[in-house]
Design a protein around this ligand. Sequence first.
Ligand SMILES: *[C@@H]1O[C@H](CO)[C@@H](O)[C@H](O)[C@H]1NC(C)=O
Length: 153
Amino acid sequence: MIKLVLCFMFCYLTTAEPIVYKDCPGDNLGHATAVTLSPCPQQPCTFKHGDKVTVTITFNAANDTSILHSKVFGIVADIPVPFPLPNQDGCRDSGINCPITKGQTYTYTSSFDVLPTYPQITLVVMWKLEGATGNFVCFTFPMSISDSGAVVG
Ligand SMILES: *[C@@H]1O[C@H](CO)[C@@H](O)[C@H](O)[C@H]1NC(C)=O
């Protein structure tokens, strides 16, 4: 029984859902082969204020690079608004050891907090991993932000 309960907790906490995404239009060197988001039991992902969101992006490197910048935008009314990712260095604390070698598969990991100050909106997110000679990955996916449901008193 305890094992079962632990499994439920553990399995829930470690569930990262592969999400449906679209490649960005335009010239990109390569594209993601898989993207997971956690917590996202149901798509499109709805994140609550206070959630810690973990993203993993798997890609095959389209070129060599010693730098990798992670850039995130929220597209509101067709205008990409930069999202201040806490760590924009894709070579640091991301699971990737740079330099990156063309033809190898890498998995980038990042997390960020959904701050209570974020507006409750539905939007399209654009995520780029930019190397020295262009975007290694660029994709978009829809998401929503909702309040925590906590009773504030
Ligand atoms: C790959 O990197 C090399 C060296 O930086 C560069 O000359 C070349 O144009 C790059 N290839 C692409 C497709 O960007």
